[in-house]
Design a protein around this ligand. Structure first.
Ligand code: ZN
Length: 137
């Protein structure tokens, strides 16, 4: 069980960090030009609209890049673990820094299909990703 440093939650990113309680990965989306906006902010960097609201996405994507951390930087985090950037299917320009879990770190590959899973930490739900075919092997 990992004990990770928790993110600072604010009005802009609350849905992202709590949506997992309803099983949903919530990404802010511009209600004018429909662009996804991440990291969450109060306005759209594409059209400068301030009409931005969280919407549920599929939670599926692919590993854009990753590294395996083998060093015990934090006393409570079990090594090795995979640090990755995951591109979302809805918009590959959205890349979430995350961990890949439920898989041997040595089996993670660039391009691997993954789906979101959530790790509850206090009242937050941290979005992590696991192989999409997890459990079918
Ligand atoms: Zn926009």
């Amino acid at each position: 069980m990992m004990v990770r440093p928790l993110p600072a939650v604010n009005a802009d990113n609350r849905a992202f960090w709590t949506g997992g309680g309803d099983g949903a990965l919530m990404i802010n989306r511009c209600q004018d030009c429909r662009s996804y906006v991440h990291p969450p902010g109060p306005f759209c960097p594409h059209c400068e609209s301030r009409d931005v609201a969280p919407e549920a996405v599929s939670g599926q994507g692919r590993v854009a890049t990753y590294t395996i951390n083998r060093r015990q930087w934090h006393p409570d985090m079990t090594v090795p673990y995979v640090l990755a950037l995951v591109e979302l299917d809805e918009d590959p320009a959205i890349r979430l820094p995350t961990n890949i879990v439920d898989v041997d770190p040595e089996r993670v590959t660039i391009g691997m299909r993954v789906e979101v899973t959530f790790e509850q930490a206090e009242d937050l739900f941290i979005p992590l990703f696991r192989p999409l075919d997890c459990g079918k092997q």
